[in-house]
Design a protein around this ligand. Structure first.
Ligand code: GLV
Length: 309
């Protein structure tokens, strides 16, 4: 399964599923909005094969008699943190550009044989959003001898203490960091959290990496920042527009690394575990048991669990 936002069956298929089924397994590409949920007279559970539930109108599901919405956090944490670290190193050491120059033969003509990058060890990593993924990334960064600072809606003193990392206001994370990695959840409040004004706060030598959700970064502002050199580069695993058209302005920059959307969790092992959790969530609810991960726990009192199979 791809897991990006593009592989959804046609709307009529979903209307049919939502009208007639007791449970549905969906993924990020499936936009489960209020109008679809309103068709769901028999539906008991929407189990998404993703940690994010921003493609589902969870409030509408709760209001539709208490439809359970379940998801797959935790099992993908380490894989996404690995990708974030990989993107960070790829940017710092220009690995993707180096590969391109070798293949195109431009390394000597264009760069005089030099391809200097930035150091990772000793640099400051700023993490925006210290949830499970942000914490797993902080652990990796400490092992690379980086200084780690973070901003999160809720301060986490126990993690600061355990990992030796420091809290900062958002603006200070942006001004102090050599690498800024976004791992915050997508909510209406985090939409365009990284806008023109905040991008301008970053060091000219700093890199921005987004492995969370595309619309946390204002793409137009990012393109402007890259064009005008406010930052040194960016790496993205998520986009405001998914799939990103191959002609998009972001594809024109040598200092930008782009991965197909949401490959953060795309390892054989992690995707298998996510599938197991998604199915387990579904079966549990249909058997009248608590799912492993419930995104709208208030449904427990609206429509108490009961065995349906
Ligand atoms: C990935 O982006 C997910 O929400 O699982």
């Amino acid at each position: 399964m791809w897991g990006g936002r593009q592989a959804s069956p046609p709307r009529e298929v979903w209307i049919d599923v939502f009208k007639n089924c007791t449970g549905a397994i969906v993924t990020l590409g499936d936009i489960i909005d209020r109008s679809l949920i309103n068709e769901a007279d028999k539906l008991f559970i929407i189990s998404t094969y993703s940690v994010g539930v921003d493609h589902i109108d969870v409030k509408a599901a709760t209001e539709k008699g208490g439809i359970y919405v379940t998801h797959t956090p935790e099992v993908l944490v380490e894989a996404v943190a690995d990708l974030a670290m990989g993107l960070l190193i790829a940017l710092a050491r220009k690995i993707v550009l180096g590969d391109k120059l070798i293949r195109e033969g431009g390394i000597y003509d264009k760069w005089g044989g030099w391809l200097l990058g930035s150091e990772v060890h000793g640099a400051t990593l700023g993490i925006i959003g210290l949830g499970n993924i942000g914490t797993a990334l902080a652990r990796r960064a400490k092992a690379f001898d980086m200084k780690v600072i973070y901003w999160s809606r809720t301060r986490k003193p126990h993690i600061e203490f355990a990992l030796g990392i420091e809290y900062r206001p958002l603006e200070s994370v942006l001004t102090e960091s050599d690498f800024v990695v976004i791992t915050v959840a997508a909510t209406p409040e985090t939409r365009h959290l990284i806008n023109e004004e905040r991008l301008r706060l970053m060091k000219k030598t700093a890199y921005l990496i987004n492995v969370a959700r595309g619309d946390i970064v204002d793409t137009n502002a990012l393109v402007k920042a890259l064009k005008e050199g406010w930052i040194a580069g960016a790496a993205l695993d998520v986009y405001e527009e998914e799939p990103l058209p191959s002609t998009h302005e972001l594809t024109k920059f040598d200092n930008v690394v782009l991965t197909p959307p949401h490959i953060g969790s795309a390892t054989y092992e992690t995707r298998e575990r996510m599938a197991e959790v998604a199915v387990r969530n579904l079966i549990n609810v249909l058997m009248g048991k608590r799912p492993l991960y419930l995104a709208n726990p208030e449904v427990l009192s609206i429509r108490p669990l009961q065995a349906l199979i």
